[in-house]
Design a protein around this ligand. Structure first.
Ligand code: BTN
Length: 266
């Protein structure tokens, strides 16, 4: 019998429980819950294009074609938190990436609140515990707009399943269950995450992003370290010197040369 057989079964989400636990006024005002989807981001993009309201949240118990960054697949079995939020931010493209920064910070803080574990952020917005990925953020918006009118923010958090049982991610990912040996209420974690996201979004809209940026930076791993990073120009090795408020990374490469690597949509 595997270790997971001893873990209490994670009960399914219920829309009623979710609604009761939400403490937000914008995010989750409209919430859609599906047992199985290809990708919550794919569904949210279609809904947004069809006029769905800002703050709409799409949740799936399971995704069979979950999207990760750089065209990678995102393994999304039952027990995880797989959500997408529709925003109508009306922000210029570089600043829209602040939504991803708010999300990775909110995810790390939510994890700390429930588990006491200190999650780190690996550029651009991977959420790590003990060096392994526990959460990821995927922001999608039309690339050609001056001011982004629709942005879909996908958040994936590995909560109540064992990534070590999935060959593709067994060495690089972890979950809250795997780290602590106990399951967590995904409903309560969702509520906490959306509350933090909503506060962050409010601050962003009011021009108060600096405090969030400072908190995000404080959790950022690899500052002052040598890293290898995928860039549009290929893989780059360099020393992480700093980041700016839109999440762009300044990397010192050969000699005195510096590269600015912006967050992107890939
Ligand atoms: C990454 O590669 O780090 C980003 C992963 C984002 C995964 C989430 S799960 C919910 C939403 N729907 C998707 O298809 N992807 C995002």
């Amino acid at each position: 019998m595997t270790e997971s057989a001893y873990v209490p079964i994670d009960t399914s989400f219920s829309l009623t429980d979710i609604k009761e636990s939400l403490r937000t006024s914008l995010l989750g005002r409209e919430t859609l819950l599906y047992p199985l989807l290809d990708s919550t981001n794919a569904v949210a993009v279609k809904l947004a294009e069809a006029g769905a309201a800002e703050g709409t949240v799409v949740i799936a118990e399971e995704q069979y074609d979950g999207r990760g960054r750089s065209g990678r697949a995102w393994i999304s079995p039952k027990g995880g938190l797989w959500i997408s939020i529709i925003f109508r931010p009306s922000l210029a493209p570089p600043a829209v990436f602040r939504l991803s920064m708010i999300a990775s910070l909110a995810a790390a803080e939510t994890i700390f609140f429930f588990t006491g574990l200190k999650a780190e952020i690996k550029w651009p917005n991977d959420v790590l515990i003990n060096g392994r990925k526990v959460g990821g953020i995927l922001l999608e918006f039309p690339a050609d707009s001056d001011k982004v009118q629709i942005a879909v923010l996908g958040i994936g958090l590995n909560i109540n399943f064992y990534p070590r049982e999935f060959q593709a991610i067994s060495k690089i990912a972890t979950s809250l269950l795997q780290e602590t040996g106990r399951p967590f209420s995904r409903t309560e974690m969702l509520s906490c995450l959306l509350e933090k996201m909503e506060k962050g979004y409010g601050a962003l809209k009011e021009g108060q992003f600096l405090a969030i940026f400072d908190q995000w930076k404080a959790l950022l791993k690899d500052m002052g370290e040598w890293v290898e990073i995928n860039t549009p120009q290929g893989r780059q090795r360099g020393l992480v010197e700093s980041v700016d408020e839109n999440g762009a990374l300044f990397l010192k490469v050969a000699g005195e040369e510096r590269l600015k690597i912006c967050m992107d949509l890939s």
